[in-house]
Write a protein that binds this ligand. Structure first.
Ligand SMILES: [Zn+2]
Length: 224
């Protein structure tokens, strides 16, 4: 009986905000209005230029507490909806890039199956909803190989491992990418080595016209 009443109330009462202790969330919103306003006020786009992908943008400084909390929820808190919402926020905060397609960075296969979704893919869906650009999820693969399975998390990876990551990506049909301008989408820029490795594979193994990097957050000081 109690559970019946409780579930009834939960349908009527606003939900508690998942990213702060006291906010309440209106229907169809991922976080409370205070948290959403804080995320908007944290927008601080940085130009993002890697060796193999230039002219991109990183949007939110990861070190701000509410950004950190939000990015952790997207990655580890089973909040794919929040990733889509933040993708939409990013699309409204920066100009539409001159690209033909949004390509989310693929997750390692074992991580995908344990998490149930790829946060970069959900961010790309949020970008798509505002920009109207297509999202392609099968152009670049990160298959589960012995080599991939043995690698550590990106955050703890040394730059010397870069060639190991380069080998981790596969392009099943390189001819499909000929002449395309691609935005590679990821959740957080840490060393940039993973994103750069995927861009390197695209640049060397296909005849893409351009690759630009887009990340929702940046955990590094990109420019002093
Ligand atoms: Zn909140």
């Amino acid at each position: 009986m109690y559970h019946f009443l409780q579930s009834g109330f939960q349908r009527v009462l606003p939900k508690r905000c998942p990213t702060c202790p006291d906010g309440t969330v209106a229907q169809a919103h991922p976080v409370c209005s205070t948290c959403w306003a804080q995320l908007w006020s944290s927008v601080n786009p940085y130009p993002l230029n890697l060796s193999f992908a230039q002219g991109g943008t990183a949007l939110l400084p990861y070190h701000l507490p509410h950004v950190t909390h939000t990015m952790r929820s997207i990655k580890f808190g089973n909040r794919p909806d929040l990733a889509v919402a933040l993708g939409g926020l990013m699309a409204k905060a920066i100009p539409v890039p001159a690209v033909d397609v949004l390509v989310p960075l693929p997750l390692r296969a074992d991580r995908y199956y344990s998490r149930g979704y790829n946060q970069a893919e959900r961010i790309a869906q949020g970008l798509k909803a505002v920009w109207g650009l297509p999202v392609a999820v099968n152009l670049i693969h990160r298959p589960l190989t012995i080599q991939n399975f043995g690698t550590k998390a990106q955050a703890s990876r040394a730059e010397s491992d870069r060639f190991g990551i380069y080998g981790a990506y596969e392009i099943p049909e390189p001819e499909l990418l000929k002449g395309l301008r691609i935005a590679l989408v990821d959740d957080t820029l840490t060393t940039g080595s993973t994103l750069n490795a995927a861009a390197e594979v695209l640049q060397k193994k296909t005849r893409v016209a351009d690759v630009i990097p887009l990340t929702l957050a940046y955990a590094v000081r990109l420019r002093s």
